[in-house]
Unconditional design. Structure first.
Length: 255
């Protein structure tokens, strides 16, 4: 684990993996949830992301096609006791290779990002939003041309996504901010953006955005795999990670 400090702010990079804990005391495993998942057989392949909503439901994404022997193509919803919500999962109807990122909005709608081509029988490439019942939110129609690896929500509900994409006409590369309908927010100006994939991002309480990935520059600024951005998408002037990292960073967290 490598830690880079910013004056007055804690900033953590390269948290490669951590167990996902649902509805338990901090630092302890929810035994009921874990036993339910284990008894069902769990996911048939890798789980790449997980999050929960205000009521304790857990959403997972990955490369799996089954959960507990039940069809669950790349995305699934688990109830607080660890059992599969098969109705939600089948309703989503995602077609593609994987789901790499999931985020739940304050209104209960769920954002999913990854490498896929359709949701609910409707063309949606790499980023989509579904309602609480699993149906596609047809009012959200972003236009991205390569996979999304990470999603974060700003305090005002704006959606920030990172990934391999450039969208459209190279106007946003590696990281983008979207309005509620999926259109690009032009006030979030990334310039030339990241010169390679953004694997993860996180937003601190003040609105600064930490990004990590395979990039070595961002809008002409040298940035070896980790960087801090202002809320406007520009490089934060107070962040100086020396020479950066000597290889890709796959996760980042502010705290």
């Amino acid at each position: 684990m490598t830690m880079t400090r910013h004056p007055g702010r804690k900033f953590l990079a390269l948290v490669l993996c951590a167990p996902f804990i649902a509805s338990a005391q901090p630092g302890t495993i929810d035994a009921v949830f874990a036993a339910s998942v284990e008894s069902s057989g769990g996911a048939s392949s890798s789980v790449l992301c997980a999050t929960s909503d205000a009521t304790g439901n857990v959403y997972i994404g990955g490369t799996f096609s089954l959960f507990g022997g039940v069809p669950a193509n790349r995305v699934a919803k688990l109830l607080p006791d660890g059992t599969l919500d098969a109705t939600f999962t089948s309703t989503v109807g995602l077609v593609g290779n994987d789901v790499k990122a999931i985020a739940v909005q304050s209104d209960g709608r769920i954002l999913i990002g990854g490498n896929f081509t359709s949701v609910g029988g409707v063309s949606r490439t790499y980023l989509a939003r579904v309602n609480a019942d699993g149906t596609l939110d047809t009012g959200f129609a972003p236009s991205l041309n390569l996979p999304v690896f990470c999603i974060a929500l700003q305090a005002d509900g704006s959606i920030v996504a990172g990934g391999q994409f450039f969208s459209p006409g190279f106007t946003r590369r590696g990281v983008v901010r979207l309005f509620s309908d999926g259109t690009i927010d032009p006030s979030f100006n990334t310039g030339a953006g990241a010169n390679n994939t953004v694997y993860d991002l996180d937003i601190d309480p003040s609105g600064l955005i930490a990004i990590a990935g395979a990039f070595t520059s961002y809008s002409g600024t040298s940035a070896n795999h980790v960087l801090l951005l202002d809320a406007t998408g520009s490089v934060h002037a107070g962040f100086a990670p020396a020479s950066g990292l000597d290889g890709p960073a796959y996760a980042v967290e502010t705290f």
